[in-house]
Design a protein around this ligand. Structure first.
Ligand SMILES: C[S@@+](CC[C@H](N)C(=O)[O-])C[C@H]1O[C@@H](n2cnc3c(N)ncnc32)[C@H](O)[C@@H]1O
Length: 200
C-alpha cells in the first residue's frame, strides 16, 4: 500500500470506531481525494465494480431513489443510471474535485452529483430506497436515517480485505443490525467483496 492508502485505512479504522473524530480528520481526507481526483480512474481495474452488479442482481424490485455515497468520479452512479433509467440517482462526495470529475464523465440525465459529507447528509429521513457505498467509510447513524424502511444498503470493496478503505462483514453486520437492518447477504466477484442488507 502507498502512504496515502495506509492513511485511508487508518482513518477508516478510527472513524468506524469513533465517528466523532471524523471532523478532525475530514480536511485531510478531502485534500487527499482532491489531489487524487484527476488520476483516480486510471488506477481502477475494469473489474473494480463487479460486486456492485452482483449485489444489485439480488434486489427483488428496482429502486426508485438511490444514493451513492463517496461516489468519487461517479463510476457506481453511472452503473446505477444505466441499470435503473427511471430511478432518481443522487451521488455525493466530500471532494469538490471528485465531483467535478464525476460530472464531466456522466451524461445520464437521471444522476445528480453534489458535494456533501456522508456524516451529515442534506436529505430527509427515509429519502432513499437504496444506498450504495463502494470503497467508502460508513457513517452508520446517518446511513440508517436516510434509508427508508424496506430499503437496502450495498457496501462493496473492490479488492476485498485488501481494499484500503475496508470494513469487515462482521463489523458491518453488527453496526447495521443495531440500527434495524437484517437479511444480510455476503457476496463476492473477482477480487471484490460486498454486503447487502435490508432495513426492516
Ligand atoms: C476510495 S474513494 C472511492 C470512490 C468511488 N466510490 C470508487 O470506488 O471509485 C472514497 C471516496 O469517498 C469520499 N469520501 C470520504 N469520506 C467521505 C464522506 N464523509 N462523505 C462523502 N464522501 C467521502 C472521498 O472523497 C473519495 O472520493
Amino acid at each position: 500500500m502507498t502512504a496515502g492508502q495506509r492513511f485511508a485505512r487508518v482513518v477508516t479504522d478510527i472513524v468506524v470506531r469513533r465517528p466523532l473524530l471524523w471532523r478532525a480528520l475530514r480536511p485531510l481526507m478531502r485534500k487527499q481525494f482532491d489531489k487524487l481526483a484527476p488520476v483516480w480512474d486510471a488506477r481502477r481495474s475494469p473489474e473494480a465494480f463487479l460486486t456492485v452488479g452482483v449485489g444489485l442482481d439480488r434486489l427483488a424490485q428496482p429502486p426508485k431513489r438511490v444514493l451513492d455515497l463517496g461516489t468519487g468520479t461517479g463510476s457506481v452512479a453511472r452503473i446505477l443510471a444505466e441499470r435503473y433509467p427511471s430511478a432518481e440517482i443522487v451521488a455525493v462526495d466530500l471532494s469538490p474535485r471528485m465531483i467535478e470529475e464525476a460530472r464531466s464523465r456522466t451524461a445520464a440525465p437521471n444522476v445528480r452529483f453534489e458535494v456533501a459529507d456522508a456524516e451529515r447528509l442534506p436529505f430527509d429521513d427515509g429519502a432513499f430506497d437504496l444506498a450504495t457505498l463502494a470503497n467508502m467509510i460508513p457513517f452508520f447513524d446517518e446511513l440508517a436515517r436516510v434509508v427508508a424502511p424496506g430499503g437496502h444498503v450495498l457496501f462493496s470493496f473492490s479488492l476485498g480485505p485488501g481494499t484500503p478503505i475496508y470494513v469487515t462483514p462482521e463489523r458491518l453486520r453488527d453496526a447495521l443490525g443495531r440500527r434495524g437492518f437484517s437479511e444480510f447477504a455476503e457476496l463476492s466477484a473477482g477480487a471484490g467483496t460486498a454486503l447487502l442488507a435490508r432495513k426492516r
